[in-house]
Write a protein that binds this ligand. Structure first.
Ligand SMILES: NC(=O)C1=CN([C@@H]2O[C@H](COP(=O)(O)OP(=O)(O)OC[C@H]3O[C@@H](n4cnc5c(N)ncnc54)[C@H](OP(=O)(O)O)[C@@H]3O)[C@@H](O)[C@H]2O)[C@@H](O)CC1
Ligand SMILES: [K+]
Length: 570
């Protein structure tokens, strides 16, 4: 089981069910050494130990373990038991004080959880309880006596994939206090409590605003059975922290084709074509940027420079406002008009600063009809959203096997799907998938954990196998059972990037890089995955170099992209 394969909750439940059924059925009161809960607890305890070791050099280390009402709470009991056993064996100069707060009704636990609780009760542990039946009556001032800032590690076993509604009452208060204390590392078991493991949204009612919804902000998450999409997109990256995956020794044969993948850097680096000595500017692709209406020329210039710095052989600008068609700090960028350019060998990026003028519309129509390799960004997407004839032209490109990448941010995606951004963000993978199916192209849905989605062409069963195995796909390369997927879409979540990218112009840079990557002969999907990854990686590099997360600008990002791209091929 690999880190990069992502499974939805329903798939995890299915794997779990099959794996449990395969375990020997023995005495129901006995603890099977290979029970999933014990394996999960051991893996989490070992990780907790390492985190604690790195975080605290104190002689007395205090651990608070929160146990919710379901099997996530059962995992927490097992962690408590395992940690207590490990503490007993540790050198005497360090003392471990383990606390468990039970937020569930002991009689209502599953058999596995009860057994883990019983095991933990044989250890030296400080027990605290919140009676779930009285949660609503308990006052806020009941909690501060726990004083979370005294702990060196908090383990969150409140809720996992069984969370079915927003967290409220005293448990919500508890989480707010933990998040505010920020005093120590927080290890979430399976999923940070409150986060939807499929979508990366904090679970909220329609009546609750996103600000009121609560979830544990973890420094680390140990994801059981498989990695999950919600840990890597939307709010997932803010709540999950560092994600570690443990497959609980479940046989690979129980795993269906993953729902999605995390882009895998080592696979992506193999996509970058080696440069031959015997090559020339014609070998590395022509990129034509179309955009730059009055006041927005900078957007097109940024896209052009990004194409240049990521290795396009020749870069051209076609600005709607032609008075500034020369980028004087990069005189190597040429001018060309899309209507006169031979598009058969060009890789067109249309949209940065394009505007909505008739000129803009004509150029977009021309690009959709004549450019076999096309990146559609920004205003070009807004034009497509309001012109149904352009939508049809976009869809038709796939019949010609032409490569098309669209790069919407959530608002542009909402316009394209005629909904609001809330709907897009509520399930980003689904939104990207819907766009890919509706417009029959590769989609980069930008935002935290950008989603890359594309229709799988041809025979879907064959394509599903290919998706799990092919070298062309940035996955873990492992073969697995090929249970047919319900859709025909491949989905990748991009792991790189950070809030430094939340500034004007970075989207134009991404569009330019996509143009270059199409120019290297990659499929639209691979070009989109690689471009998105290096774009985010460059932002991460800028943060490391202290150019961000505050104040990094799109111009600074461009040379950083060149740097990380060259590092990837070394
Ligand atoms: N089974 C196994 O072998 C393995 C399981 N594993 C572990 O189990 C976890 C899944 O366990 P789970 O299904 O029991 O769900 P879990 O997330 O603990 O929560 C469900 C409980 O919470 C309750 N509840 C829900 N929402 C609520 C709310 N807002 N506020 C209050 N209560 C709320 C809900 O009550 P109900 O909705 O029925 O009223 C129910 O009691 C999984 O994430 C992994 O950690 C791993 O060890 C691998 C092996
Ligand atoms: K949890």
């Amino acid at each position: 089981m690999q880190y990069h394969a992502l499974y939805q909750i329903a798939q995890i439940r299915d794997i779990e069910k099959q794996a449990k059924a395969s375990l020997a059925i023995g005495n129901p009161t006995a603890r099977l050494p290979d029970s999933l809960m014990i394996t999960a607890g051991k893996a989490a305890a070992q990780l907790a130990w390492r985190i604690l070791d790195a975080a605290s050099k104190k002689d007395v280390k205090k651990i608070m373990i929160l146990a919710g009402p379901g099997d996530n709470g059962g995992d927490a009991f097992e962690v408590a038991h395992q940690l207590a056993e490990m503490a007993q064996l540790s050198p005497e100069d360090t003392h471990y004080e383990i606390h468990v707060l039970i937020c569930g009704e002991p009689n209502a636990y599953s058999n596995d959880a009860k057994k883990s609780l019983l095991a933990a009760q044989t250890n030296s542990i400080h027990w605290h309880t919140i009676d779930p039946l009285q949660q609503a009556q308990l006052q806020r001032d009941k909690l501060p006596q726990l004083n979370f800032s005294q702990f060196d590690l908090i383990v969150d076993g409140l809720f996992g994939i069984g969370l079915s509604r927003p967290i409220t009452g005293i448990v919500a208060e508890l989480i707010i206090q933990i998040n505010h204390s920020k005093a120590c590392p927080v290890l979430a078991l399976d999923v940070p409590s409150g986060l939807n493991a499929d979508t990366g949204q904090v679970i909220a009612t329609i009546a609750t605003t996103a600000e009121d919804a609560v979830a544990v902000i973890a420094s680390h998450t140990i994801s059981f059975i498989a990695n999950k999409p919600g840990l890597h997109t939307a709010s997932g990256k803010d709540y999950a922290g560092i994600v570690v995956v443990d497959d609980l020794n479940i046989d690979n044969g129980y795993y269906p084709v993953p729902y999605a993948y995390l882009s895998n850097p080592s696979q992506l680096s193999t996509l970058i074509p080696a440069r031959k000595q015997n090559s020339h500017k014609g070998s590395y692709g022509d990129v034509l940027i179309v955009g730059g209406s009055t006041g927005m020329q900078g957007a097109a210039i940024l896209a052009g420079r990004a194409a240049l710095y990521t290795g396009a052989g020749r870069v051209y600008l076609d600005l709607i406002e032609p008075s500034s068609s020369v980028d004087y700090s990069h005189p190597e960028i040429m001018h060309s008009s899309i209507e006169e350019h031979d598009l058969s060998n060009a890789h067109v990026v249309i949209g940065p600063g394009l505007g909505h003028s008739p000129n803009a519309l004509n150029r977009l129509r021309h690009a959709l009809i004549h450019a076999p390799a096309l990146v559609i960004d920004a205003d070009a997407l807004n034009l497509i959203a309001i012109h149904t004839d352009l939508q049809a032209l976009c869809r038709n490109r796939s019949n010609l096997s032409w490569r098309t990448i669209i790069t919407p941010h959530p608002l542009e995606a909402a316009r394209l799907l005629n909904c609001d951004t809330g709907k897009i963000q509520a399930d980003r993978c689904l939104a990207a998938q819907t766009l890919a199916n509706q417009f029959r192209c590769t989609v980069i849905l930008k935002g935290s954990g950008s989603i890359i989605a594309a229709e799988i062409m041809g025979n879907s069963a064959e394509a599903n196998k290919a998706l799990a195995k092919t070298d062309n796909h940035p996955n873990d390369g492992e073969s697995r059972s090929t249970q047919p997927r319900s859709d025909k879409t491949q989905i990748c979540i991009n792991p790189s990037g950070n809030p430094a990218l939340a500034t004007a112009g970075t989207g134009d840079v991404l569009a330019g890089i996509c143009g270059t990557m199409l120019g290297q002969g990659l499929s639209a999907f691979n070009a989109a995955c690689l471009a998105t990854y290096i774009h985010g990686l460059a932002a991460d590099d800028c943060v490391r170099e202290n150019f961000g997360p505050i104040g990094m600008n799109a111009s600074e990002l461009i040379p950083a992209v060149r740097k990380v791209l060259n590092q990837m091929i070394q």
